[in-house]
Design a binder for this molecule. Structure first.
Ligand code: NZQ
Ligand code: ZN
Length: 394
């Protein structure tokens, strides 16, 4: 461990197939007015809405609903939320959904208490939240595993008018105070969204793993997580109602971006910056953009991080290295990754996600201009290299 760090996770996690019963307990420390944020209505079809309402009513809370938060939540929707939160003297925000809903709630928790233009200040200018600023506490009822948004302080918001998709790492003060995590809640997620969530999780781990070359505890933790994501991902693809696999995947996703795996080391995040730029230009699913670009990207940077890619092949994919050149071992690891992407039903083509050739130059420019964290992978890509990787991912 060569890096210096402070690690603090303020989220109380209630995990298991009865986790929702803890909602009244989790809510008792917060005021009466609850803003319940949710998406397009899946929670009304799968019974989660009723569970949450029962929990809130038994706690004597007044519930104000804010439905209709879309995947890749927009600035326009954020502005609507600011108005609702300010008109209703909200004490606590309860996010019921996946990463989009939780991200939106975190962005709102800060934006509602900021007098100026929150989008410009926090997202475009990347300003930090002042100690004196009010931040509404957020709790989460997680319905889909993948982003890790349930315990981290990050929010990603899109302005399709520009277009731009920006993440802001607000930190622990904005991270959910608690997360209700019932793996059974994820059974109704579509197969495609499940696969996207599994690959998003894997990508979070890989992007922190493929950086640096010192001996670091967090890289060993990453390897353990990746081995489980691979195994549980295959099991879940065969049987989405395999509770053991889905519970492992939920817990893997949390730790993949908690941000425990980032401590004491550098991280790459190039794939995510690329993914956010693609997401600004298209309606492609976040995890599917990552799965479509991963193999072309890693094949390209492999020579610059050969040792780490060979270790990845041996430890995560059980590639037998005996008698082989290091580069062949490393390449075998990426072949195994490609096969696994197919096995779990994730995407291997950006074109199939609605990305067209005419978007590519804009995506490259946006990737380069919105690098709010400088990638520290094995190779910093230039314009032509990013374009070539995107073309290979089509
Ligand atoms: O709209 P609803 O009804 O909620 O339906 C959602 C949505 O259509 C559905 N869904 C969720 N739980 C379900 C369900 N359908 C049936 N049963 C359930 N139990 O799934 C669809 C996708 O949901 P969404 O929340 O958009 O997915 P995800 O969790 O992948 O979140 C994606 C967003 O998170 C951001 C992404 O950029 C994207 O905007 N990220 C956030 C990160 C963070 N906070 O750290 C990091 C990630 O890398 C990522 O950037
Ligand atoms: Zn992600």
């Amino acid at each position: 461990m060569l890096g210096n760090f402070t690690y603090y996770c303020p989220t109380r996690m209630y995990f298991g197939d009865k986790a929702q019963e803890q909602l009244p307990n989790a809510m008792k420390d917060y005021g009466k007015n609850v803003l319940m944020v949710y998406g397009g209505g899946s929670i009304k079809r799968n019974g989660i809405y009723d569970d949450v309402m029962n929990g809130l009513q038994s706690s004597g809370k007044t519930v104000i609903e804010l439905p209709g938060v879309m995947s890749n939540p927009t600035l326009e929707k954020l502005n609507e939320g600011i108005r609702v939160a300010q008109e209703n003297a909200i004490d606590v925000i309860l996010a019921v959904g996946g990463g989009s809903i939780i991200d939106y709630s975190k962005a709102l928790s800060v934006a509602a208490g900021y007098a100026g233009n929150a989008w410009k200040h926090f997202f475009l200018d990347q300003a930090d939240v002042e100690e004196s600023q009010n931040v509404i506490p957020v709790g989460a009822v997680l319905t889909m595993a993948g982003t890790g948004s349930e315990t981290n302080g990050t929010a990603v918001i899109t302005d399709p008018a520009v277009p731009i998709k920006m993440g802001k790492m607000f930190g622990a003060r904005v991270a959910p105070r608690f997360a209700i995590m019932n793996p059974r809640y994820t059974f109704s997620v579509s197969r495609a969204q499940m696969a996207a969530g599994i690959f998003d999780t894997m990508s979070h781990v890989m992007e922190q793993y493929f950086s640096g070359d010192n001996d670091c505890t967090t890289d060993y933790l990453a390897e353990g997580l990746m081995r489980n994501i691979v195994e549980s991902g295959r099991k879940a693809a065969k049987n989405p109602e395999d509770y053991e696999a889905r519970s492992n995947l939920m817990w893997d996703a949390t730790w993949a971006l908690n941000p425990l795996l980032g401590v004491g080391k550098t991280a790459d995040w190039m794939a995510h910056m690329l993914s956010h730029a693609v997401g600004a230009f298209s309606h492609a699913t976040h995890g599917m953009i990552l799965s479509a670009t991963a193999v072309p990207y890693y094949q390209y940077i492999l020579p610059y991080g050969l040792k780490r890619f060979a270790r990845f092949a041996r430890v995560v994919w059980n590639v037998d290295a005996r008698g082989k050149m290091e580069e062949d071992v490393a390449r075998a690891g990426l072949e195994a990754l490609h096969q696994w992407i197919l096995d779990i039903g994730a995407e291997t083509s950006l074109a199939k996600q609605g990305v067209t050739e005419d978007m590519l130059d804009g995506i490259v420019s946006l990737t380069l201009s919105s690098m709010n964290v400088k990638p520290q992978g094995y190779k910093l890509l230039d314009r032509d290299e990013i374009k070539a990787i995107l073309q290979k991912s089509m």
